[in-house]
Design a protein around this ligand. Structure first.
Ligand SMILES: Cc1ncc(COP(=O)(O)O)c(C=O)c1O
Length: 336
């Protein structure tokens, strides 16, 4: 029996969709990370019950942190991006989290920079607040250890490939790191949008909206570039095709980063028959009903899509590129 809803929400489902294709499906992925991070801060005495935890978020981390604060009796202050929607805003208000939402801006880079500046300002005004630093503090890796153990136990003994979108880098980085302790041959495939500095795609602009939660316009300390074997860059339209096909073919209703990961996972499975490819579904499809699922007739046939193989990020092209990253270090614009 769970003691709090956050524990149930943080426990993912493992679903075998097809031969060698497994979905690691979360309702809201960051709950598992925020819970373990807050527990660690309390256990080590870095914070005490009743203290205020602050961070900026574009969506699902805000919800994760608000639930963790509810669970452990902490106050929660979120500087939210313009992408925080009405449903989340309302949930946060009732949960007792304080949300400051940035002015509407179509420039998500500017939005990200403004949020970081606002967090600094809040910390100057309230030196007692604890800044969670989800993009930089590796306590956000802790919660994924139990998830990795389960993936290991339930996927048998063969070769394993993990595919997931890279935002802060905590989920893919932590899962691969922990899985490699059991199975050193585990391959890690990261998924990025175009226009992100993290793996050097900032020079290619996706004309449609970006994929919420993955990629970044500023360097993140939690991305460990040398864990990734392969990178895929997926544009909005190709991710839409993935999300729609995942619902149509397998009845899994998940978000846009999941659509991009599913598209990528199918491709990687085709290249390496015999391995089990596990892809991460970080959130459900509800936030994407209007922008993605209502446009299901626009989706291409997934079989008709294939990535362009590139040797360096300079060669990246829309709508889908693939590159052997070979556990290289961070590109120059992405290191701190
Ligand atoms: C929908 C979605 N997918 C994927 C990710 C990437 O997760 P991580 O920050 O662990 O790299 C995020 C992070 O915010 C997200 O919101």
């Amino acid at each position: 029996m769970d003691e709090h809803i956050s524990e149930a929400i943080g426990r993912p489902d493992l679903i075998r969709l097809d031969d060698g294709l497994v979905c690691l499906r979360f309702e809201t992925m960051k709950v598992v990370s925020a819970l373990a991070a807050v527990r660690h801060l309390l256990d080590t005495g870095a914070v005490r019950r009743g203290d205020t935890l602050v961070d900026s978020s574009s969506g699902i981390y805000a919800y994760g942190l608000a639930l963790a604060c509810h669970r452990y009796g902490m106050r929660c202050h979120i500087v939210g991006s313009t992408t925080v929607d009405h449903t989340l805003r309302t949930q946060l208000a009732v949960l007792g989290a304080h949300l400051e939402q940035m002015e509407p801006s179509s420039d998500l880079k500017l939005d990200q920079k403004r949020r970081v500046a606002r967090v600094q300002e809040i910390l100057r005004e309230h030196p007692g607040y604890h800044w969670m630093r989800q993009y930089h503090d590796d306590i956000h890796y802790l919660g994924y250890r139990a998830v990795a153990d389960r993936v290991h136990e339930e996927t048998g003994a063969g070769g394993l490939t993990l595919v997931g979108g890279v935002g802060s880098g905590a989920s893919t980085g932590a899962l691969a790191h922990c899985l490699r302790r059991h199975r050193p041959g585990t391959r890690l495939v990261g998924v990025q949008p175009y226009g992100s500095v993290t793996f050097g795609s900032e020079h290619v602009t996706d004309p449609d909206i970006i994929i919420a939660g993955i990629g970044s316009s500023i360097p993140f300390g939690n991305v460990r570039h040398d864990l990734y074997d392969t990178l895929h860059w997926v544009a909005f339209d190709a991710a839409l095709t993935g999300s729609v096909d995942l619902l149509r073919r397998h009845a899994v209703f998940a978000g846009l980063s999941t659509g991009a990961a599913y598209l990528t996972a199918r491709w990687e499975r085709g290249r390496s028959p015999g391995r089990t490819v596990v892809f991460i579904a970080a959130d459900t499809g509800h936030r994407y009903v209007d922008t993605v699922f209502a446009r299901h007739r626009d989706a291409a046939r997934i079989e008709d899509l294939a990535p362009r193989e590139v040797m360096t990020p300079d060669e990246l092209v829309l709508p889908w590129s693939r590159m052997d990253w070979n556990r290289s270090p961070a590109p120059s614009g992405a290191s701190l």
